[in-house]
Design a protein around this ligand. Structure first.
Ligand SMILES: C[S@@+](CC[C@H](N)C(=O)[O-])C[C@H]1O[C@@H](n2cnc3c(N)ncnc32)[C@H](O)[C@@H]1O
Length: 179
């Protein structure tokens, strides 16, 4: 069990007085009343994941992906876009890429502008009401649901991204949006 993967939990192995049965226990750091236990680490991990899934504000992140010293490509892209969800390591990586390809920030912005124009066209003239945004990246300005809903209020968007950092940001920022 890699306890550090569940940053909001204190996880330990409970030694019963008999010394034979050892139970895995996880206790929420911000609410000690929330306690999960399991006979082995695999079952505890499954219970933790399930708990976090049900708790919309819960964030499950691999430890490496949130270390400030580790750049993350989604946050580097956010830096090029002029966003605020990036660390010093992301900015350093962004600048190093920019030193080789000076147009990177411009390309990122152009890509974002194209995305906005395309969604506006699809939601408007093309009459599309449902969108599947694969590789959505970090929520930033003019997100797909914002652009689409500005054109048609009933537009619905499903965001997909395989980066847990993106998932964590999206959960926090998009939790209040009905669509
Ligand atoms: C450059 S960002 C694009 C953000 C946004 N779509 C835009 O155009 O501004 C690319 C995103 O695609 C995600 N991605 C890359 N491969 C993926 C995959 N196989 N499945 C889901 N997401 C993926 C990355 O995690 C990243 O957040």
């Amino acid at each position: 069990m890699q306890a550090e993967y569940f940053e909001r939990w204190n996880i330990w192995r409970d030694q019963k007085p008999s010394g034979i049965h050892q139970e895995w226990v996880a206790q929420r750091l911000d609410n000690e009343e929330v306690k999960l236990s399991a006979p082995n680490s695999d079952i505890l991990r499954a219970r933790l994941v399930e708990y976090e899934r049900r708790n919309i504000h819960g964030i499950v992140l691999p430890a490496d992906s949130v270390k400030a010293t580790m750049p993350n490509i989604a946050r580097v892209y956010d830096y090029w876009l002029g966003g605020k969800d990036n660390s010093a390591a992301d900015r350093e990586m962004g600048d190093r890429v920019k030193a080789v390809v000076p147009q990177m920030p411009l390309l990122a912005r152009q890509n974002r502008w194209f995305l906005g124009r395309a969604v506006k066209f699809l939601a408007g003239k093309a009459g599309i009401g449902r969108f599947l945004d694969i590789g959505s990246g970090l929520p930033t300005m003019n997100n797909v649901h914002e652009v689409a809903q500005a054109t048609r209020a009933d537009a619905e968007v499903v965001y997909v991204d395989n980066d847990p950092v993106v998932l964590a940001h999206a959960r926090a920022l998009l939790a209040t949006d009905r669509h």
